[in-house]
Design a protein around this ligand. Structure first.
Ligand code: SAH
Ligand code: F3S
Length: 457
């Protein structure tokens, strides 16, 4: 009999994509997805801990689901609880000690082992765990026809990270950086095009470090490693191949790491119609002192050179970024440097995070010196500046006609649909169901705080 699983995802696109891979792995052993935990035989929590104190959240979520299950489920006993994602990777066996309900712990490189681990539990083992990290781990191959999204798809090109920024847990939860062979990426992109997908997001912690695996902070081509069955190519060459060979109308990628970003990438985007004009280039701070303490591997001036190269492109690019507020030792002067950088770049979108120490990272040993109240104050100040910049930036779209992928109904209104521009801004507009999945021309009528509003033409 078909069993049911319920899967809850918290975190970035990479986590969303991992959940998609886990669902696919479970469908292979006769599990089908349910939206209600009360119906489920297996409950999986996929949780990120890059910025949040997520471990505690996992356990409180488990008790919430458990009590709802006890009250409402017709089934006897409890479902099987499993934890995956960074929390699983980082807490490992300790999860079993902290919660007797959890029977399955699935590390970030173990998604393909899901059927095997479920098999162990069915055979009567009381617990199953795989948290191995290997620098040679294979990439999970997801079938294009088993996607959970319809029009826009995520596609992994690199996993892990070798940069070891002092605040960041990713190298510890996702392991060493690995680049997926180009043929396999291009093959999956082609399959997605055949299935009717209009857009792909190439995903990686640092997509543009593609092919540089093994080289710390290297920009040099001679650091390229030869992948088995793959080619020795840079990110720019990979982009070119995907653009030429995939047949996908819109190609986006995230995240770009500033130090490994070069003008060749801009040139390739300019040369190919289906490469979209959006670059996510997190800076983290505008102060050189902070950038050094963060071990980011570039200065403010070097970052600005990359921004200038992007602004020189023939296409009008949108640039978005990430900034951390209140890193240990951040003074008012350092923060003012961050404000001035944000004003200089004029981001089309900015994700601001309050610094929080993460286990195992070097910065966790520093005193978390900026009080929460100061972090909040600085956060608001930067957010206000960004809001002003953003309304000015968004205003330039009013009156223009933008290409929008019609992705679904808007959450706010019954008659409106929603989608993204090529520059990755959200647009809402009235439309009919039959427009779903099409790339539509939308005239922008209004710029709102975080989105645009328009009409189909
Ligand atoms: N590879 C990307 C970042 C991946 S982590 C890069 O090079 O920038 C995603 C974002 O989470 C980071 O850009 C950073 O802004 C934020 N972040 C990571 N660790 C954090 C921490 N300890 N506290 C606050 N924000 C953090
Ligand atoms: Fe994290 Fe720095 Fe890598 S922010 S993901 S260690 S580039």
């Amino acid at each position: 009999m078909t069993k049911k699983f319920y899967l809850e995802t918290h975190g970035c696109q990479m986590n969303v994509h991992d959940s998609e891979k886990a669902s696919f792995a479970l469908s292979g052993i006769d599990y089908e997805m349910t939206q209600d935990p009360v119906d489920a035989d297996l409950i999986l929590l996929n949780t990120c801990m890059v910025r949040e104190k997520a471990a505690r959240k996992v356990f409180s979520r488990i008790s919430e689901i458990k009590s709802r299950y006890r009250k409402n489920s017709k089934k006897s006993g409890l479902p099987l609880f499993g934890v995956m994602g960074c929390v699983a990777q980082s807490e490992a066996e300790r999860i079993f000690e902290k919660s007797r309900d959890v029977k399955l712990v699935l590390g970030t490189q173990a998604i393909s082992k899901l059927p095997e681990l479920m098999g162990q539990l069915e055979q009567g083992f009381s617990r199953a765990i795989d948290v191995r990290l290997s620098k040679d781990a294979d990439f999970f191959e997801l079938k294009a026809e088993s996607r959970q999204t319809r029009h826009s798809a995520y596609l992994t090109i690199t996993e892990g990270c070798n940069k070891f920024c002092s605040f960041c847990i990713v190298p510890f939860t996702r392991g060493r950086e690995r680049s997926r062979p180009a043929d396999s990426i291009v093959g999956e992109a082609r399959d997605l095009a055949v299935q009717g997908f209009k857009e792909i997001y190439l995903l990686g912690q640092n997509v543009n470090s593609y092919g540089l695996s093994g080289k710390y902070h290297s920009n040099a081509l001679n650091g390229l490693e030869l992948e088995e069955g793959g080619e020795q190519i840079t990110f720019a060459r990979l982009l070119e191949r995907v653009a030429r060979e995939s047949g996908i109308p819109r190609i986006k990628f995230t995240t770009s790491y500033p130090r490994d970003f070069d003008e060749e990438i801009v040139r390739v985007i300019d040369d190919h119609e289906n490469l979209c004009e959006w670059i996510h280039l997190p800076v983290q701070s505008g102060s050189n002192r902070m950038l050094r303490a963060m071990r980011r591997g570039y200065s403010r001036q070097e970052y600005m050179l990359k921004i200038e190269a992007i602004r020189r492109a023939r296409k009008e690019m949108a640039i978005t970024g990430d900034i951390i507020i209140g890193f240990p030792g951040e003074t008012e002067d350092d923060f003012n440097e961050t404000l001035s950088l944000a004003a200089e770049v004029e981001y089309d979108g900015l994700y601001i995070f309050n610094y929080s120490p993460r286990p195992k990272t070097p910065a966790a040993a520093f005193t978390d010196s900026v009080p929460d109240s100061v972090k909040t104050e600085r956060f608001q100040k930067l957010q206000e500046l960004q809001d002003r910049i953003q309304s000015r930036r968004f205003a330039r779209f009013v009156g223009r006609i933008e290409e929008v992928l019609v992705e679904g109904k808007s959450a706010r209104s019954d008659s409106d649909f929603t989608g993204h521009t090529r520059s990755n801004l959200i647009v809402n507009f009235p439309a009919d169901q039959d427009m779903l999945g099409k790339i539509a021309k939308v005239k922008i009528l209004q710029a709102k705080h975080h989105s645009l509003y328009g009409e189909l033409i």
